[in-house]
Design a protein around this ligand. Structure first.
Ligand SMILES: C[S@@+](CC[C@H](N)C(=O)[O-])C[C@H]1O[C@@H](n2cnc3c(N)ncnc32)[C@H](O)[C@@H]1O
Length: 272
C-alpha cells in the first residue's frame, strides 16, 4: 500500500453515531474521545453500527449468503430480464451514473447503500487521486464488497457498516454521492435525502436510482400493495424532484425514466 493511499484513508472524517463527536483512528478501529465508544474494523469493514434491530423484510434478503454471492451476477443485478424491466441494461445504467457525476479524479465520493460494492469499485477506479466510501446496513454485503475490492487491489475504498438514517460523517464531508437501488427500501426516504444534503459539500452532485412509479391508477395501486407487502416504495420523477428540492437540492435532472426505473441527478444547493 503506498503512503498516499494510507493518507487518503486517514483523512476520511467520521463522527460518532452515538454522540456525534469526531472519531479518531486507534489500534482497535475508531474511537470516540467524548463518549469513549470504540468501533472495530474487521474483515475490511469499519463497524459503526455494532448493535441493531432485526432487519425489515426487504432488507433480510440483502443479508442472505446466497443473495450476497449472486448479487452482481447475471442472475440478479446484471440479469437481462431485470434490464428489460428497468428499460436499460446494468452496463448502460452504470455508464449513465458514472458519467453523470462528472468526476475529475480527486473527489471523495459516498456510495450510500453500496451493497456488494457494485458501484464503489468502478467509482474508486475513476478516482486516482481521491476515493470512494461505501456505506451499507448489511454486514454480509460489506464483507463481500471489501473482499472484492481487495482482490481487485483497490486501495482507495473504505467500507462502513452504518445506516442511511444516521450518517456517521460531518457536514460537507463528500464532493459527490450516489445512492442506487436503495432509497425505495429506506424506512424514511426524506430523512436519507436530508442526510445526503448534510454530508455533501455545496454544489456537490447526487445521483439516485430508484423504483419508478408509473402514471395511472393501476400503477398507484401496485405501488401501495408493494409498500404494504414488502416495505418497498417507488417514486415518480415529479415526486422525487419535489423531495429533493425540499431537502435542499437544485438543478434536478432526469437521466432515465422508463418502465420501472428512474435515475435522477441533483446538485446540493450552493448556499446554506
Ligand atoms: C438492492 S441493494 C443496492 C446495492 C447497490 N447500491 C446497487 O445499486 O446494486 C440495496 C442495499 O441497501 C441497503 N440498505 C437498506 N436499508 C439501508 C439503510 N437504512 N442504510 C444503509 N443501507 C441500507 C441494503 O443492505 C442493500 O445492500
Amino acid at each position: 500500500m503506498t503512503s498516499e493511499r494510507v493518507d487518503w484513508k486517514e483523512s476520511i472524517p467520521f463522527i460518532c453515531p452515538t454522540c456525534r463527536a469526531s472519531l479518531e483512528k486507534s489500534a482497535a478501529g475508531l474511537s470516540c474521545a467524548r463518549c469513549s465508544a470504540v468501533f472495530p474494523e474487521r474483515e475490511g469493514v469499519i463497524d459503526l453500527l455494532p448493535a441493531r434491530e432485526r432487519p425489515a423484510r426487504a432488507q433480510r434478503a440483502m443479508e442472505a449468503g446466497l443473495v450476497v454471492s449472486l448479487y452482481e451476477s447475471r442472475l440478479w443485478r446484471r440479469n437481462p430480464i431485470v434490464g428489460s424491466a428497468f428499460g436499460l441494461s446494468f452496463e448502460m445504467e452504470q455508464e449513465e451514473i458514472l458519467s453523470g457525476l462528472e468526476l475529475e479524479g480527486s473527489e471523495r465520493v459516498l456510495d450510500l447503500a453500496c451493497g456488494s460494492g457494485i458501484y464503489t469499485r468502478p467509482l474508486a477506479r475513476q478516482l486516482p487521486r481521491g476515493g470512494a466510501i461505501g456505506l451499507d446496513l448489511s454486514l454480509p454485503m460489506l464483507r463481500h464488497a471489501a473482499r472484492r475490492a481487495s482482490q481487485e487491489k483497490l486501495r482507495n475504498v473504505e467500507f462502513v457498516h452504518g445506516s442511511a438514517m444516521e450518517l456517521p460523517f460531518p457536514a460537507s464531508a463528500f464532493d459527490a454521492a450516489v445512492c442506487c437501488g436503495a432509497l425505495h427500501i429506506f424506512p424514511d426516504a426524506d430523512r436519507a435525502l436530508q442526510g445526503l444534503h448534510e454530508v455533501l459539500r455545496p454544489r456537490g452532485r447526487l445521483i439516485l436510482a430508484v423504483f419508478r412509479q408509473g402514471p395511472g391508477a393501476y400503477s398507484r395501486f401496485l405501488a401501495r400493495a408493494r409498500r404494504r407487502l414488502y416495505g418497498v416504495d417507488s417514486f415518480s420523477a415529479e415526486d422525487l424532484g419535489r423531495r429533493l428540492s425540499a431537502a435542499g437540492f437544485e438543478r434536478v435532472r432526469v437521466l432515465h425514466a422508463r418502465r420501472i426505473w428512474l435515475i435522477i441527478s441533483a446538485v446540493r444547493y450552493s448556499g446554506q
